[in-house]
Design a protein around this ligand. Structure first.
Ligand SMILES: Cc1ncc(COP(=O)(O)O)c(C=O)c1O
Length: 458
């Protein structure tokens, strides 16, 4: 296959879902009704849905076969053992605690290790991770490398943790206040950027020096491993499962959303080596998720995850996956649309601050851009900026470090012509960026406001 330049979708389609075309006038009305929050739209009013890559992937024939095989016994189902084997094949942690999705794993983990005098460093906390930490009264701190904070800085591993900052942070706050160190692979909130094994080893060494556990937020572990294989010296000939196992081997535990790199529509897990923490975690799991051999999931979901984990580490899949994201990003960069670079694994991040310098952060440039993409082309992206991160537990508000719009690519769902359409719409909007206006928030909850806040155009 290497003879040909075109990297094709390594699958054919045997089941299709229609998508509905709407007009700009219709979408204007829909936006108004939704309070200019794209989370409030009905998804059948969306043409190309790039809101998230989470749980939106297309399952394979083998995964659907697994759904049929799913055994729904309350305890000790064979589906659980197949799930466990598949997880352990890549992440050989002693305890694996299934959950209904990633944030449930976070809620349990920080229910065990969080608390008012605690602080948890990460390269960049994802919003649910941050919220679950803050919910316990603890503090969530981001320590990504300098390049990771600059959308235009080119670096092969922009998701890396700033190890000097981590060490200074531990010295300043004191180990007794830090229950664990977390690293998110890839770094979603920082632009889907990978973390190198060299960096993970350096973080591990610091953790060892201070006796701190290291946990991975491993949602996009396979995409991270692909970047390591492509970009890190010494890994070109290593298999993806091998690289994943090396990443896991540096950690003491993980949280996982199976809605990403297990290509399932629901699911997750918490894994760790520590017996005492695991016992507490299982007690919490029983309160909200269910018995520890199904944890909020049906047997059929466990089967879909078990099979998805085998498929996601396939190199033909990963080559296509990362290439199709880069295809979108490179076309936009070429057209002069400011994007986070290099292009990340699961999404293209438009730099709304650079595209809309006339809209100040408190008028939410990312939201303005996301709304415009929906209005003009029926494309739904997601603001990752001051709407998502600007609200603080004490009720105050400040600008987020970056104003991004994430165009997340669902796994195995859209074809190249869908992506070509997205390129055309984004270019059209970008060429008229000067005409866009900001928004104000007219209604918001106290936490995670981006999901439900309502806006009005200025
Ligand atoms: C890096 C990261 N961590 C955690 C989560 C939470 O996972 P879930 O949506 O399954 O609760 C997500 C989901 O988008 C994520 O991207």
């Amino acid at each position: 296959m290497e003879r040909w330049k075109t990297i094709i979708e390594p699958f054919r389609i045997k089941s299709v879902e229609p998508i509905r075309l709407t007009t700009v006038a219709e979408r204007n009305e829909l936006l108004q009704a939704a309070g200019y929050n794209l989370f409030n739209l009905h998804s059948d009013d969306v043409l190309i849905d790039l809101l998230t890559d989470s749980g939106t992937g297309a399952m394979s024939a083998e995964q659907w076969a697994g759904v049929q095989r799913g055994d729904e016994s309350y305890a000790g189902s064979p589906s659980w053992y197949r799930f466990l084997e598949s997880v352990r094949e890549l992440f050989p942690f002693k305890h694996v605690i299934p959950t209904h999705q990633g944030r449930a794993a976070e809620k349990i983990l920080f229910g065990v290790v969080g608390g008012p005098d605690k602080v948890v460093p990460n390269n960049t906390h994802f919003d649910t991770t941050r919220a679950n930490i803050e919910f316990t009264g603890a503090e969530a701190v981001d320590l990504v490398v300098e390049e990771g904070r600059s959308p235009s800085a080119i670096h092969p591993f922009k998701g890396n943790m700033d190890t000097a900052a981590l060490e200074a942070f531990i010295a300043e706050r004191g180990v007794q206040h830090i229950p664990l160190v977390m690293v998110t692979v890839t770094n979603n909130s920082g632009g889907g950027q990978p973390v190198s094994l060299e960096n993970l080893r350096a973080v591990r060494a610091i953790c060892d020096r201070y006796g701190l556990p290291l946990f991975l937020d491993a949602c996009r572990f396979a995409e991270n491993a692909w970047f390591i294989k492509q970009r890190e010296a010494g890994y070109a000939d290593r298999s993806i499962p091998d690289i994943v196992r090396e990443m896991a081997g540096l950690a003491d535990g993980m949280t996982m959303s199976a809605k990403k790199d297990a290509i399932a529509n629901i699911g997750g897990w918490l894994a760790m080596n520590d017996d005492a923490w695991a016992e507490q975690a299982r007690n919490l799991e029983i309160l909200t998720e269910g018995f520890p051999t199904y944890g909020g999931l049906a047997g059929r979901d466990l089967e879909a995850i078990a099979q998805g984990l085998r498929e996601v580490v396939d190199e033909d899949y990963l080559r296509y996956r990362i290439r199709s994201t880069a295809y979108l990003g490179e076309a936009l960069v070429e057209a002069g649309v400011p994007c986070v670079q290099p292009i990340g694994g699961h999404a293209v991040y438009l730099d709304a601050a650079a595209l809309l310098p006339h809209i100040p952060p408190m008028e939410y440039p990312g939201q303005a851009l996301a709304v415009a993409l929906y209005r003009e082309g029926g494309i739904r992206g997601c603001e990752i900026g001051t709407v998502m991160f600007g609200q603080h537990p004490d009720g105050s508000e400040s600008p987020a470090p970056m104003e991004l719009v994430r165009l997340a690519i669902p796994r195995r769902v859209y074809t190249q012509s869908h992506v070509d359409y997205v390129i055309e719409v984004v270019r059209w909007v970008a060429e008229r960026a000067g005409e866009l206006r900001g928004l104000q928030i007219v209604e918001q909850p106290q936490q995670l406001r981006h999901f439900t806040a309502r806006f009005a155009p200025l």
